[in-house]
Write a protein that binds this ligand. Sequence first.
Ligand code: BF8
Length: 636
Amino acid sequence: MPNIEQKSIDLATQEVLKKAKEENIQTAWDRLELQQPQCGFGQLGLCCTVCNMGPCRIDPFGEGAKEGVCGANADTIAARNLARKIAVGASAHSDHGRDVAHTLSLICEGHTHDYGILDVEKLKVLAQEFGIDINKPKEQIAKELSKRLLEEFGKQEGELTFLKRSPKKRQQIWKKLGITPRGIDREVVELLHTTTMGVDNDYKNLITTGMRCALSDGWGGSMIATDVQDIILGSPQPIRGKVNLGVLKENYVNIVVHGHEPVLSEMAVKASLDPELLKLAKSLGAEGINLAGICCTANEVLMRHGIPVAGNFLQQELVIITGAVEVMMVDVQCIMPALQEVASCFHTKLVTTSPKARFPGVIHVEFESKKAYEVAKQIIRLGVENFANRKKDRVNIPKQEMDLVAGFTKEVVFQILGGRYRATYKPLNEAIISGRLRGLAGVVGCNNPKQTHDYFHTTLVKELIKNDVLVLQTGCSAIACAKQGLLIPEAAKIYAGGGLQEICEAVGIPPVLHLGSCVDNSRILTAASYIIEEGGLGEDLSDIPAAGCAPEWMSEKAITIGFYFVASGVYTVFGASPFATLGSQNLTDYLTSGLEGIVGGRFEFCDDPIQMAKLMIEHIDKKRKALNLKPVMYEK
Ligand code: BF8
């Protein structure tokens, strides 16, 4: 049984885990223990439940069956299981994108007055990408754009519009391989179809279809979510904030937003400032209303409003166990079913808001774009009224909180590196070309109780920046590193190598840039395309001295992200997991080496963060050599 220090490196997490133990409240770590030993066939990806002749399992090492009842072998079963995960991940991000595009259409039709068009420039840029004439009122442009965006989901032919953002060479690679995604829904459905009993039995072909589906997420659904959120909620700018459980306030009504779709949490930000609710809170003995976030919703409201982040994925139960949360309002994705049980140990009201994500017996206040503010106010009021029920003797808010800077979009990277009046990626490219920067890394993804919480993210990122690799982050990974003080400009002096330090000091940025939530991984794709467009670093995304990593991943969405990065030409490392020990050697070999000759990117599976950094740096150096770039200036 791991001790508390082995469960998490985060002191706030350790403190609340001790409280949970004393009070006999189960968390994900306890449930993981109760699951031991976990199903070996499942871990190998070799349990098949596709049809009712099963469940079948393959015994790859012993004397057991080598085929399921239908004759499917380890390669087919493992690839089908993986492909299904890609489809699920893509559907989650893309359904989010669809909802945001739908909100845009409601705005232009006058069906909601709680949102507006806040980034008109971005609206016009997107409209032009879709060939829409922009010489008309913004509402008209938005109406036409929302229609076109929604059509991206149901398109049957042609290709997704945002693919044009990628370098020409990349587009040709996709065309040649037949993995240019058409409509987003079509790719998800087609992939699911191919995985049912008796359809695709070729593991390589399943991965090909899987890559097309994943690309429809990265360059489709996720990109739509990101860009339309910027249009209707405003594009982020670098902003200071605070992170970790210490952001909860003892004398305030604490409301925690958790999930992924920021359309409601945006209204919660406004409602937390509502004079009527503030007056009510004060009349009930609170000093005010304190809003904080968990997971990707946290990243969204942090990037746009500087709302504090209470924690990442594995802290969602812990935030309730502090005893100081009046309401946790949740929407979709990454919300543990266990929250209901944990909340029942305290006065905390758990409130679901999406018709897609409900808990039996939990308060449900359904979100509707048409009356978004009203709904948010209703939920915050529930929290204010619940303040009186807080048991003061059960409150234990850890002291830990850390400053961070977030809000680095692809447009902001233009500005900060190119100067306010010279929007260009040239300085970034030149820094890589000259060797001041070794390269770039995207470090993203979740937490997983199988790995020491936050340890993989922070150890890997420290090692990368020490070697002059500028790190771009999203999701729970960004929150992990922020808690350890890596997302402030001052971190450069302590942790970064000489070249990266010079750049950070010259432009006043942290060595680790927070680009947002997980759908905002699409910002990394677009930024990488700008780098190629700027020149000097090759003709394709696979030429850039860059690598990706999801060191503590757990979600199916992470698999989809991994696949769209690999299919876009990126070398991508995944942390230890069942995915890393697939029961099909053929499939593992294909993912970790075969794919490179086909799409330019490939997977690597590794369970040690220092080794992960080493592999990523080796890859970056390989790409530097291929481009014939100068040696790195400050070689360690
Ligand atoms: O979408 S990083 S745990 S919160 S899946 Fe979930 Fe993973 Fe966090 Fe954001 Ni992304």
